[in-house]
Design a protein around this ligand. Structure first.
Ligand SMILES: [Ca+2]
Length: 510
């Protein structure tokens, strides 16, 4: 448990709308504010529900739930923010929770994390960025294109950046009003979209948070999102729709071929860069295999790289509909067709082509290149989240931790590596304030055969408050018997098997 930094008293009866004044924010008008005391919140928050932490059993948590709605003048939007303030104890800190997929946090994705944060004594908050309390994390369909040809730029900018600063300002304000003193430290925690939000905060609002845990971040937005449709593009190009069992067999063969390269056969490829498994050797000529190019990532006609693909041990098929990187549907007679990845295809359809009925099931390479280029031109400045200049964040004393699963099928870990290299090129001492930890065998945010770093957030606190540098992030296996732990290494160090020790957890950083 993290030590409390609060020595005042809490008055649950202060949980009324009158207690909370609204912060002055440029070009914003507040529409409503409501405060309700919630008692006895009990909820089982599974691993993954509380980003950068482990699973938490919430029992009998009590908090003041402040819901507010505001609009941007002339923006015709309404942004929902919820701030939850614990009423039986407070540890003196604020922890904002990020979203996932196409959600900024509310209504769904952030709620389990907020419940867990409350139970650990944090003040916490999340925003819907104005996308609406019925918006789906799987698709921006309900808000992206109100009129053909005209994407909703107000809401895109809310999601990309504006709501991040505004939500934090509101939460800090309410926290200070309720406890009669401001939070001693403010943190932001997220994975995926939430990881991108954290990175955008570091890039654009460098003095808002003392510490940011931004896991598997959706940064370099355009090449990675359009790159995520690359398997669909390849399947259309070749008119080949391999059933998921074939794709899964290729992944299994790649793991079998490369598992032992790190010194230990354990189902985890700890050094995927050393894996040069070529599926063509395995399947011969019987099957056209577009997916092996997918591992490499999209390339232009002149063979230059557009973006990265996942490593070969990332699961590519068999996930939830609309999320599986290589999605196909097969009928009883054995014919298979594409089941497009809506998570990424909607970006192409609604924002880049600006056409709700655009058919992307077949594109020429030239058309695919045009889409990549148009995305960068139209949207990099809004949601690219790829600015390597973190000097202001460093100057403000901020600390930043990213972990990223090496077997992440949705956001290629090589994108985080590429960004980290660019930050390092500007600031060779980047390790003083920003560390990137790759997690071998870990899927997107959580899951997979590799250990999960449930210590990420607490390591961040130690770094911010006590100057304890995270030399490694301790990761713990999930669902194994016995449970084992391995250190995740700060890039560019790599996790290496210590042959002399011989146990499953005996990896060191080299
Ligand atoms: Ca291995």
């Amino acid at each position: 448990m993290i030590a409390s930094l609060f020595n005042g008293t809490i008055s649950p009866s202060a949980c009324t709308a009158d207690t909370f004044s609204l912060p002055l924010l440029p070009a914003i008008e507040f529409l409503s504010l409501e405060a309700n005391l919630v008692e006895n919140l009990t909820q089982n928050v599974p691993l993954g529900g509380y980003p950068n932490h482990g699973a938490v059993n919430v029992t009998g948590a009590a908090f003041c739930n402040i819901s507010t709605v505001y609009t941007h003048l002339g923006g015709n939007d309404s942004v929902n923010v919820q701030v939850w303030l614990p009423t039986d104890t407070w540890n003196g800190r604020l922890q904002g929770i990020g979203g996932s997929g196409w959600s900024a946090g509310l209504p769904g994705p952030a709620l389990p994390g907020m419940a867990a944060a409350i139970s650990e004594g944090y003040a916490t908050y999340a925003t819907d960025a104005g996308l609406g309390l019925s918006a789906s994390p799987l698709t921006p369909e309900t808000w992206a294109l109100p009129e053909e040809g005209k994407p909703n730029m107000r809401l895109l900018e809310n999601l990309a950046s504006d709501s991040l600063y505004e939500g934090a300002a509101i939460a800090k304000n309410f926290t200070a009003a309720f406890y009669a003193q401001p939070a001693r430290y403010s943190y932001f925690s997220g994975c995926s979209q939430g990881g991108r939000q954290g990175m955008m905060l570091a890039q654009r609002y460098p003095d808002v948070f003392d510490g940011i845990a931004a896991a598997a971040p959706g940064i370099n937005w355009n090449p990675f999102v359009v790159g995520g449709t690359y398997p669909d593009f390849l399947m259309g190009l070749y008119s080949a729709y391999p059933p998921s069992c074939e794709i899964a067999a290729l992944t299994a063969a790649a793991i079998e071929a490369c598992d032992g390269l790190d010194g230990l056969v354990d189902g985890v490829i700890s050094d995927p860069d050393a894996c040069d498994f070529d599926p063509v050797n395995l399947v011969g000529t019987a099957i056209e295999c577009p997916d092996f190019k997918f591992w490499d990532g999209p390339r232009r006609a002149n063979n230059s790289r557009m973006w990265y693909g996942p490593y070969p041990d990332a699961p590519l098929s068999g996930g939830s509909p609309g999320i599986t990187p290589i999605g196909t549907i097969c009928s009883a007679n054995g014919t298979c067709a594409m089941d497009p990845i809506t998570l990424f295809q909607e970006w192409t359809r609604l924002f880049i082509l600006k056409n709700s009925t655009a058919d992307t099931s077949y594109l020429s390479l030239a058309e695919y290149e045009n889409i990549v280029d148009a995305a960068a031109q139209d949207y990099d400045f809004i949601i690219g989240t790829n600015n390597p200049d973190l000097s202001a964040f460093r100057q403000a004393g901020g600390k930043l931790i990213t972990y990223h699963g090496l077997a992440d099928p949705l956001i290629p870990p090589r994108g985080s590596e590429e960004y980290y290299k660019r930050v390092t090129a500007l600031d060779p001492n980047v390790h003083d304030f920003y560390r990137l930890f790759f997690a071998p065998g870990l899927h997107h945010c959580h899951g997979g055969p590799g250990p999960y770093p449930d210590t990420a957030f607490d390591s961040l606190i130690q770094w911010v408050e006590n100057g304890v540098t995270p030399d490694v992030l301790l990761a713990t296996s999930v669902g194994t018997e016995p449970v084992f732990q391995r250190p995740l290494c700060p890039y560019p160090l790599k996790q290496t098997y210590a042959q002399s020790l011989g146990g499953v957890g005996d990896f060191t950083c080299e």
